[in-house]
Structure formats: structure tokens, C-alpha cells
Design a protein around this ligand. Structure first.
Ligand code: PMT
Length: 218
């Protein structure tokens, strides 16, 4: 149990972006590559967890011993995550889920014209907030915050609103952090503390996050 502290624990991880369809050829997406979430899945599996990785559209190989469910949209990710969470011991919500989706998808390719195009967007459901609401005694929910300003205050607010046990903050103002790169620079905020880590490879960042998760279980 020394090197497999998560043996017997089921951990849900969300990773990657979501794609919200505009028409059969276009979508609204974001720059998430899935690297951070996949590194977390690999680390949890290495520590003995039964990992279920709900992945948006990314081009990464599945880490060894990880069960992967591929989804495209925020709505699909919501369904897959809620189902997995009902039997999970922990959730780490690393996906960059679209906050808005297109109100009415066009059935055919939208034609180019001389006028502009207006799309109506409607909010998606917040997976993290829903899992925070459903959290039972003994379950641990870990969120992420991707910020561009007022980082710590925004992250702390998200942790409280979404009922996370702790939150991992990364800022697009830090060089080498966030989307697509192989490194990240994080601060882990708990309800009563805050710890900043140096810039590291995402595989190493994952160790720091999973170590904090293991401490929550003890
Ligand atoms: O994939 P990479 O290229 O490696 O990049 C990693 C990352 C930058 C995507 C990752 O480290 C990260 O910060 N993920 C969270 C991105 C995000 O959407 O943050 P947010 O602050 O908007 O969301 C707050 C939390 O709510 C997150 O845990 C998010 O997963 C969750 N959320 C948000 C909206 C929604 N509809 N459902 C959610 O679950």
C-alpha cells in the first residue's frame, strides 16, 4: 500500500476541450490538448487507482491501465461524468468545458454571404458544480481554475461555489503554463491554505496534485 496509495479507489478524470457544433463542418472549441488531464490519469493509475478518463477530442494515447470514454460536447461530457461519479471515490475536473453552446445547430453547412452571421449561444451545464452538489461523505472533488486575472480570488470563489475539496489554479499570465505546453505552473488552494509550485513538466505537476488527493483520503 506504500506505493499504491490509491488501490481500491475509483477516480474520475475529465480532460481536454469540448467541441460545440455550429453546423456539420464548424465548431466552437478551445486550446486544451488534454496533456494535463492525461498526466493525472497516468499518475492515478500508477498509484493503483481504477481510473476512468472522460476525454474530449484530443490526439493523445490512452495511458496504461486507464479506462477511457471519448466525448465531443459539453452535454456528452456531463452525462459521462455524472454516470462515472455515482460510483467514484474522487473526481479531478481538468477538462476545459465550453461554457456556452450553440442554441440551434444548422443541419447543413452555413453558406458564406455578404452579411455577418449572428449565433445565439446558451450556457452549458456546469459539470463541476453538479458533481460538487452530488458529493457524498467520503467523496473528494478536485477542480481546476484557469484564470487570466485576479487569479487567487477567482479560484477561491470557484472552490467555494462548486464545493471542491481543493482547487488547482493555473494562469495564462505565467509563461510555460496552461494550454498545450508540456509544462505547468500551479497553485493548490485548500479552504485554509495555499501552496505555489514552480514550473514543472505536467507529469511532475500531476504528482503534486495526486499527492494532495492522497492526503485528503487520509
Ligand atoms: O489540456 P492542456 O492543454 O494540458 O491544458 C490544461 C488546462 C489549462 C486545460 C488545465 O490545466 C485547466 O486549467 N483546466 C480547467 C480549464 C477550465 O475550464 O477552467 P475554468 O476555470 O473555466 O473552470 C473551473 C472548473 O469547472 C474546472 O474544473 C472545469 O473543468 C469545470 N467546469 C467548467 C465548466 C463546465 N461547464 N463544466 C465544468 O466541469
Amino acid at each position: 500500500a506504500q506505493n499504491k496509495p490509491l488501490k481500491g479507489k475509483k477516480v474520475l478524470i475529465t480532460a481536454g476541450p469540448t467541441y460545440e457544433k455550429i453546423d456539420p463542418v464548424r465548431y466552437i472549441g478551445n486550446h486544451s490538448s488534454g496533456k494535463m488531464g492525461f498526466a493525472l490519469a497516468e499518475e492515478c493509475a500508477a498509484r493503483g487507482a481504477d481510473v476512468i478518463l472522460v476525454a474530449g477530442p484530443v490526439t493523445l494515447p490512452t495511458p496504461n491501465g486507464v479506462r477511457r470514454v471519448d466525448v465531443q460536447t459539453a452535454a456528452e461530457m456531463y452525462d459521462a461524468a455524472c454516470e462515472a461519479f455515482s460510483t467514484a471515490d474522487a473526481a479531478i475536473l481538468c477538462a476545459a468545458v465550453a461554457d456556452f453552446t450553440v442554441a440551434q445547430q444548422a443541419g447543413e453547412k452555413i453558406k458564406r454571404g455578404n452579411d455577418g452571421l449572428q449565433l445565439t449561444l446558451v450556457p452549458t451545464r456546469d459539470i463541476a458544480a453538479e458533481l460538487g452538489r452530488r458529493k457524498r461523505a467520503g467523496q473528494v472533488v478536485v477542480g481546476f481554475a484557469l484564470e487570466t486575472q485576479n487569479e487567487a480570488a477567482n479560484a477561491r470563489d470557484k472552490m467555494q461555489r462548486k464545493n471542491f475539496d481543493f482547487i488547482v489554479l493555473n494562469s495564462l499570465r505565467d509563461k510555460g503554463a496552461g494550454f498545450a505546453v508540456d509544462t505547468n505552473k500551479i497553485t493548490i488552494l485548500t479552504p485554509d491554505a495555499e501552496r505555489a509550485y514552480p514550473l514543472k513538466p505536467k507529469r511532475e505537476v500531476a504528482k503534486d496534485i495526486v499527492q494532495t488527493l492522497c492526503e485528503k483520503f487520509n
